[in-house]
Design a protein around this ligand. Structure first.
Ligand code: BTN
Length: 329
């Protein structure tokens, strides 16, 4: 079921609660700030409760938020969101085929930059190279973000690296775990994949209309919850941290970090991002095998160019610049 982008009043109410920081807000104050009746305030509070927010109501003091559920609805994500643009319009779904497909349609219909599509479950989650992306209900973050960068289409893959840095920073901030990035878009913990990023483009030859950044994060799966065929190569934040991780604060942190890096990227180009990316990179200096459309290249990963291409030195010391490949150590 789709909840769609939420009303301005609900958004304001959540902002008020975020500002109150767990303290009581009187019904009177809320109704004044929202410009609606006390009865309407009560209705909004009831709706939040239905979504799993725990709200305490005390006579004469008003309402306060006691706890937020581990949900990824628009309300949950927007409560305390610190961005200027990213995530201000959120389309939440309990179940979809793929958030990428929905985001692509919204982008085509003119959805503004920063629009986010999030789902609790994907029935046909897609990975790179036509692979499937395992997206079970309630345990991960499955989301697609619409960006509209004023850049030529050839530069769009750089945004995958921008996103990879933002997600790594956010994971580090929220969980204390330090992830590794495997070029171009895998994020690993203990050598196993916990995040995948899929960047797709709507563009003319000279102009990008939109870039859809699809982000899949294994958050709370246990080892047994992974299908056997990926158990040895996949992990979740909870497995690595040894405890559950709330998803909405992680999404907020990702959007916050991504907005900051995206601005920096648009103002100063890829170079500053490259330095941050290299700080997380694992493949650099190591022997890797790159499976490209043109064939298999074995060599040492020497770094990335200022455009975000992988520099691979083969056994004959020839340098290859890789745009797109599957990398194995
Ligand atoms: C990969 O590593 O192959 C990329 C995986 C990307 C998965 C995400 S989950 C949200 C979005 N919707 C999809 O169908 N795929 C991306």
């Amino acid at each position: 079921m789709a909840h769609g982008a939420q009303s301005d009043t609900r958004k304001k109410l959540l902002e008020l609660f975020a500002e109150a920081n767990g303290e009581f807000l009187s019904g009177q104050k809320i109704s004044e700030q929202l410009g609606c009746s006390r009865a309407a305030v009560w209705k909004h509070i009831e709706e939040l409760r239905k979504e799993g927010f725990e709200l305490e109501a005390v006579r004469r003091l008003g309402y306060r938020i006691v706890s937020t559920p581990d949900k990824v609805t628009a309300n949950e994500i927007q409560l305390g969101l610190k961005t200027e643009k990213l995530g201000h319009a959120i389309h939440f779904f309990d179940e979809v085929d793929s958030t990428q497909r929905i985001a692509a349609r919204l982008a085509y219909e003119g959805a503004p930059e920063g629009t986010l599509v999030v789902a609790e479950e994907q029935k046909a989650g897609r990975g790179r190279l036509d692979r499937k992306w395992f997206s079970p209900k309630g345990t991960g973050i499955w989301m697609s973000l619409i960006l509209r960068p004023p850049i030529p289409p050839q530069q769009a893959p750089q945004l995958t690296l921008v996103a990879a840095v933002a997600i790594s920073q956010a994971i580090q901030e929220i969980t204390g775990l330090v992830p590794d990035i495997k070029w171009p878009n895998d994020i690993l913990l203990s050598g196993k994949k916990c995040v995948g990023i899929l960047t797709e483009l709507q563009a003319d030859p000279d102009r990008v209309h939109s870039v859809i950044i699809g982000i899949g994060i294994n958050v709370n799966q246990t080892v047994e919850q992974f299908p056997e065929d990926i158990r040895s190569i996949a992990t979740s934040l909870a497995i690595e941290k040894g405890g559950r991780v709330k998803r909405a604060p992680l999404i907020q942190e990702i959007l916050f970090r991504l907005e900051r890096l995206y601005k920096q990227y648009l103002e100063h180009g890829f170079r500053p991002i490259k330095l941050l990316w290299e700080g997380y990179a694992v493949s650099i200096g190591k022997p890797v095998t790159a499976r490209t459309l043109g064939g298999v290249i074995r060599g040492i990963a020497r770094g990335i160019t200022d455009d975000g291409l992988l520099i691979l030195e083969d056994e004959q010391k020839n340098i290859h610049y890789i745009h797109s490949a599957d990398i194995q150590f």
